[in-house]
Design a protein around this ligand. Structure first.
Ligand code: FES
Length: 104
């Protein structure tokens, strides 16, 4: 699955990642370590916060209560916010474009 990531300095990186990986894992495996993901994907740290800029299907994939609660606690939450550890790469997300949210 090809995804494009905008980092905080505005750079664009395109990565190829296997289906089934979480978006957070794909971003970190691509060497973008400003996405801290401190909890390792347990949906408890919110340091994997991203904005979905293209491929809005990603916003339709089910958001768990835990994810919603954590997003609620963030100052920088927007309508297109997601926690990247809670999104699994699938063919619908081909050409997904996301932006790494500012540090909360
Ligand atoms: Fe901690 Fe996503 S990695 S909430």
């Amino acid at each position: 699955i090809s995804i494009t990531v905008k980092t905080r300095d505005g750079a664009l990186r395109t990565l190829d990642a296997p289906e089934g990986l979480s978006l957070m894992e794909a971003i970190r495996a691509g060497g973008i370590d400003e996405l801290l993901a401190l909890c390792g994907g347990c949906c408890s740290c919110a340091t994997c916060h991203i904005y979905v800029e293209e491929a809005p299907e990603a916003l339709k994939s089910p958001q768990g209560d835990d994810e919603n609660d954590l997003l609620e606690s963030l100052d920088f939450r927007k309508a297109n916010s997601r926690l990247s550890c809670q999104l699994t790469l699938s063919p619908e997300l081909q050409d997904l474009v996301v932006r790494i949210a500012p540090e909360d």
